[in-house]
Design a protein around this ligand. Structure first.
Ligand code: GLU
Length: 443
């Protein structure tokens, strides 16, 4: 049986960093086993699902390089859900319920007020035929609940959390279908996992109680449940689930100059016992992926850590990987020279504009102009022209520190601050460097 995982977003918004992490881990789990990774669009909620979000999900996965082997859409599988529903109904595992949302809310409040857990009391199950007919006559359409088997112990060996046990009697029979006939998440997900041959369900720990219910659903549908693993949630570095994280998506990362490989290197290891390292090759990350290294504590997402990983990844990127994003004319040699100084690929443009010029130099006083004229004269082109130039002018003038370096930098780059001159000067080249020094000296 080859491993088959799925990433099942609801297209009701853009993917955020938490979803991206789940997608990545499912992709890695499949890749490591040479299996398959399926994108399942959970769009049974017609009202809230939007086509533009489906397109955005595809694009985000493409940017991340998490290509699915197949894509499925729940809205195209409604007949399958209907069939499963009929089977469960025939087997007495679903029942109609007529309570309104307000009634249910009131029941919950009363239970909580008495210090009891708010478990659905199965009132609908004990309704007589007459009572039911009365509701129907009033025109009240039922919603439908899955009937848990209280005698069947629930348990699974969770890939992250270890052995899990639940008492069905301590759970509410979940609503699986609304009065208007539309589906809630629970049943379609099981039907799909069975039909698509999903072997491993890896998702956030907010789904643990859903899993408890779904384990019985798989059995009720005569299927072996898949392996389950629930990872701890992603939180901000302050340790809380933040609104910001919930809206932080691929667009924001891209705009900030974050490379997909940096995000992936971070998210692959965050919350595991393995160190977060700037590993730029997927193969290495995939090989070291191991659910047993995942911790139970929330994974802390820290932007500073991402920036650090990003810079280290940028330093490893080949020219071919970035060429399309570099300014025109910037060649492989220039990339090679500039790369170690960058935090983001986008910063290359600033360097390159200094290299190609023109630079706008400040006005220098007479003494500084004479200094720069002398610098133009003593400039010799060695392996380390900046070091040799500054040594020569220091020797000749006795200047040091700022008065030694700043006029040279200003004349050569037009700026007070900027990239390391030792890296930059060789790219500017001897002739252009001399021309700039002479122009500054003329004033
Ligand atoms: N659409 C569900 C969600 O986004 C899928 C959960 C699952 O992986 O089964 O939470």
């Amino acid at each position: 049986m080859t491993v088959k995982t799925r990433f099942a977003p609801s297209p009701t918004g853009r993917l955020h960093v938490g979803n991206i992490r789940t997608a990545l881990h499912n992709w890695m789990l499949a890749r490591k086993a040479g299996g398959q990774f399926v994108l399942r669009i959970d769009d049974t909620d017609a009202e809230r699902s939007e086509e533009r979000y489906i397109e955005a999900i595809r694009q985000d996965l493409a940017w991340l390089g998490l290509t699915p082997e197949a894509e499925e859409r729940q809205s195209e599988r409604l007949t399958e859900y209907e069939a499963a529903f009929e089977r469960l109904k025939a087997a007495g595992r679903v029942y109609p319920a007529y309570e309104t949302a307000q009634e249910l809310d009131l029941k919950r409040k009363i239970q909580l007020g008495r210090g009891l857990p708010p478990i659905y009391d199965r009132a609908a199950l004990s309704m007589g035929e007459e009572e039911r007919a009365g509701k129907e006559a009033e025109g009240v359409a039922p919603h439908w609940r899955f009937k848990l088997d209280h005698d069947e112990p629930i348990g699974w060996d969770d890939g992250v959390r270890g052995p899990q046990k639940f008492d069905a009697a301590q759970l509410s029979d979940p609503v699986i279908r609304r009065a208007d006939g539309s589906w809630l998440y629970m049943l379609p997900s099981c039907v799909d996992d069975i039909a698509m041959g999903i072997t491993d369900v890896l998702r956030g720990e907010d789904h643990v109680s859903n899993t408890a219910v779904q384990v019985q659903m798989f059995t009720a549908l005569n299927a072996e449940p898949p392996r389950f693993a629930h990872e701890a949630l992603l939180v901000g570095k302050e340790g809380k689930l933040s609104k910001r994280l919930g809206s932080l998506g691929c667009d924001a990362f891209r705009d900030r100059g974050i490379e997909p490989e940096a995000l992936i290197a971070l998210l692959a290891r965050l919350g595991t016992s393995k160190p977060v390292e700037p590993i730029a090759t997927r193969k290495a990350l995939v090989e070291s992926f191991d659910l047993s290294t995942f911790g139970r504590a929330p994974a802390k997402f820290d932007d500073t850590e991402l920036d650090r990983i990003n810079a280290a990844i940028v330093h490893q990127l080949d020219y071919d990987a970035v060429a399309a994003r570099l300014p025109a004319g910037m060649d492989a040699a220039a990339w090679q020279a500039i790369r170690p100084n960058l935090e983001k690929v986008g910063d290359a443009a600033e360097w390159w504009s200094i290299v190609t010029g023109p630079v706008s130099q400040p006005e220098f006083d007479a003494e500084t102009r004479a200094y720069l004229a002398m610098a133009a004269d003593v400039l010799v082109w060695t392996q380390t022209p900046w070091r040799d130039l500054t040594a020569a002018v220091k020797e000749a003038t006795g200047r040091k520190g700022k008065s030694l370096f700043l006029p040279l930098r200003q004349a050569l780059t037009g700026m007070d601050h900027g990239p390391d001159m030792g890296e930059l000067l060789p790219l500017i080249g001897e002739d252009e460097a001399r021309v700039r020094l002479q122009a500054a000296a003329r004033g």
